[in-house]
Design a protein around this ligand. Structure first.
Ligand code: AMP
Length: 369
């Protein structure tokens, strides 16, 4: 995802897909024009990249010229088209192919037809890389269309948002849902994830989801999910992935308006991390960071035994179960450091010190996201 000015955009059409669409357009055009030498007319500014790639692919002689029209203000196509640079050559009797990056409302196209009405060209063909059928309000024929797309604002490959984004080799689509901050709070059992999440959720207005807490809630209420999870939890083992993933998705869906989430105790396996990425993707969002609380094992054991005196958690009550939870962490969960490291999203924080100091350390990381 990228940010331009105040808006966020997600990858939409790859450079390869654009390339394939251009190949098809060129092939269709050559088949129609045969040995006719066309004059390609690019509509500036947006079409500069398309025209360059298009004419390089065009296998026969051709001429290239540009006119400059402006119709966009911010993210809205306006009715008012300005002609900034007009035609500079005589096109009488020529086959003219308009090369447009995008045709949406068709307002620019009306202006083009108006310009060419008096030009006595032999043939006027319209070629556009992108077309938004839902937005199109005119009857002009579009002879060559690279790709039909939904009526959402796009940038890249010549198209801009208030001046920026034209240089991107691929196309991005505007994100319509609000920007979320999503954090995975990571670390072995007893690292202090739950304690810290309680402070961070207030400070950053995020929804805290602790899979352990949700399981315990279900156990207390003797639900089917609770009964299933209990058998694993009591031994300090992980609950099966699909059960946990389904539960987590349901928790996220319950908070559709959240400004973001703190995931505590999830993901714990690669399959869970993949599922979380997919889930965030459906929300036009992503995990921004995995922040790990780093604490030595013996400190963890001491902390958990101490917590067990008051927490009432069966899995805190017995040192061998505590050690099994830590073992599960190292054998199944610790590998996720690599998963997020590979995406440059892993941040380690010293988890030893006062609660306030550790909150401050975590905040330094979050404030930079
Ligand atoms: P926690 O409260 O995070 O220490 O979790 C307590 C127990 O709940 C764990 O030992 C597991 O049995 C179970 N659990 C919590 N989160 C998960 C998860 N993401 N995947 C599998 N099991 C989990």
């Amino acid at each position: 995802m990228i940010q331009i000015h105040d808006k966020y955009f997600k990858p939409f059409i790859s450079a390869e897909k654009i390339n394939d669409a251009l190949d098809k357009m060129v092939a269709n055009l050559v088949a129609d024009l045969k040995d006719e030498v066309p004059v390609f007319v690019g509509i500036l500014n947006g079409s500069f990249m398309l025209v360059s790639d298009f004419v390089k692919k065009y296998p026969k002689p051709c001429e290239v010229t540009f006119i400059k029209l402006a119709s966009y203000e911010g993210v809205k196509s306006t009715e008012d088209i300005q002609r900034l640079i007009g035609l500079t050559q005589d096109l009488t009797g020529r086959t003219v192919v308009i090369l447009e990056d995008i045709i949406d409302t068709g307002n620019t196209l009306s202006e083009i037809h108006r310009i060419f009405k008096n030009e006595k060209v032999k043939d006027l063909k319209i070629a556009t890389l992108f077309h938004k059928p839902e937005a199109y309000k005119k009857d002009y024929k579009l002879h060559y269309v690279g790709m039909e797309i939904a009526d959402k604002f796009i940038i890249g490959y010549g198209l801009d948002y208030n001046g920026l984004g034209r240089d991107l080799p691929e196309v991005y689509q505007i994100k319509t849902t609000q920007y979320m901050t999503n954090i995975v709070l990571f670390g072995p059992p007893g690292a202090g994830k739950g304690t810290q999440a309680n402070f961070l959720k207030e400070k950053y207005n995020l929804v805290h989801i602790s899979t352990g807490d949700v399981f315990r809630y279900n156990i207390k209420n003797e639900t089917a999910l609770g009964n299933l999870a209990k058998s694993y939890m009591d031994k300090g083992e992980l609950v099966p992935d699909q059960v946990t993933i389904d539960m987590l998705e349901a928790e996220v869906e319950k908070n559709a308006d959240a400004e973001g989430f703190i995931f505590d105790g999830f993901p714990r396996t690669n399959a869970q991390a993949d599922a979380l990425d997919k889930l965030m993707n459906t929300k036009d969002s992503q995990i921004n960071a995995m922040i790990a609380l780093e604490v030595e094992d013996e400190v963890l054991v001491t902390r958990l035994i101490e917590r067990g005196k008051t927490s009432g958690r069966p899995d805190d009550a017995d040192e061998s179960i505590i050690r099994n939870r830590i073992k599960e962490y190292y054998s199944k969960t610790a590998i996720l450091k690599e998963y997020y490291n590979a995406q440059n999203k892993y941040f380690g924080v010293d988890g030893i010190g006062s609660i306030e100091d550790i909150t401050k350390r975590l905040s330094v990381v979050i404030d930079k996201l």
